[in-house]
Design a protein around this ligand. Structure first.
Ligand SMILES: [Zn+2]
Length: 326
């Protein structure tokens, strides 16, 4: 058993407090491997942004849970060594059971999500309560979810989109004691968020629901999952170099920026990072068919990811330069 405090990690309490005051969103970036983690540390360090490093169940299966725990710890040490000073939370993304949340808390995570959004309402409350009780005794933060996002994220699948019912949020938050709430207002997981033919046809997020939730919860951190913009620049590179991502559209960045004005304090970005890496690897291998050193294509992919993270922090989330207030 190890506490996140011994590892130099932060929980999300102060990050969200300041994010609400200063109207920005803390980025939730997912990791599965070394290069993604390095890019997050350098990207957020250089832009002086707080960060929530997210590990999903799929990532645990892919990279090994113990390896990821040490990667997270290594990230904190790397940040210190590079002279960066910004808060880092290590977060379980989409935990599906109390046992999994507990195991992450016991191994040094500073924040966990229990996703009971697929459960009947009372069952979601019951398990979330249980996770909150265990987590809060150890000063660990808990994210919960109400409403179901369409799309696929690792093991979490849904074909239907069920928007969060604003009438339930006060009851849910007060009974569970969760520290932040993921809601469904039209974002979704994956690279195909909308069944539209053109970018101009992408519908607006349900800002009416967001506004209503905000009014009911007051200054309470709201989380948006599935909030990649499916950046056209990288989709085009992928398609140019042998890929086939047709009609892949995400959430326009202007809408995400607008959401930060409405109390959204955490925005999850996973797909955009995947697209950056895939685009760079495809391009470099196509242009250099004799290349066989992974450092020669993963290195530039990592550099491009750093650029994307810095730009997102600065232009979309508003988290750049905020670390000094936390
Ligand atoms: Zn998610």
């Amino acid at each position: 058993m190890v506490s996140f405090k011994e590892l130099g990690l932060s929980n999300t309490k102060k990050m969200f407090k300041i994010a609400l005051e200063r109207k920005f969103a803390v980025p939730g970036y997912n990791i599965n491997n070394l290069e993604q983690l390095q890019a997050i540390i350098i990207g957020c360090g250089e832009s002086e942004s707080p960060v929530i490093i997210q590990i999903s169940q799929g990532a645990r299966n892919y990279a090994n849970q113990t390896m990821l725990q040490y990667l997270g710890e290594g990230g904190v040490e790397m940040a210190k060594e590079l002279g960066f000073n910004f808060p880092i939370a290590l977060h379980l993304d989409h935990g599906n059971s109390f046992e999994l949340c507990k195991s992450c808390i016991d191994s040094g995570f500073s924040s966990v999500m229990f996703d009971g959004s697929h459960l009947p309402y009372e069952d979601n409350i019951k398990v979330t309560q249980q996770v909150v009780e265990y987590a809060h005794e150890r000063d660990v933060s808990v994210e919960a979810e109400l409403g179901v996002l369409a799309g696929i994220e690792e093991d979490v699948k849904s074909d239907v989109h069920i928007y969060t019912e604003p009438g339930q949020v006060e009851d849910f938050v007060s009974r569970t004691g969760c520290d932040s709430l993921a809601i469904a207002i039209g974002t979704s997981h994956g690279a195909y968020k909308f069944k539209v033919a053109r970018e101009e046809d992408i519908p607006e997020l349900r800002f009416d629901i967001l506004q209503e939730v905000r009014t009911r919860l007051g200054k309470f951190p709201i989380v948006l999952h599935g909030s990649s913009s499916v950046l056209k620049k990288y989709v085009d590179i992928i398609n140019k170099y042998g890929g086939n991502l047709e009609k892949a559209f995400g959430i326009p960045e202007a809408q995400l920026k607008k959401a930060t004005e409405f109390g959204v304090s955490k925005i999850n970005i996973d797909t955009d990072g995947r697209l950056v890496v895939t685009a760079m690897v495809r391009k470099i291998l196509t242009e250099n068919p004799k290349e066989f050193d992974p450092r020669k294509y993963l290195g530039p992919a990592r550099d491009e990811l750093i650029k994307m993270i810095k730009r997102k922090n600065k232009e979309v989330l508003g988290s750049a330069g905020q670390a000094k207030y936390i």
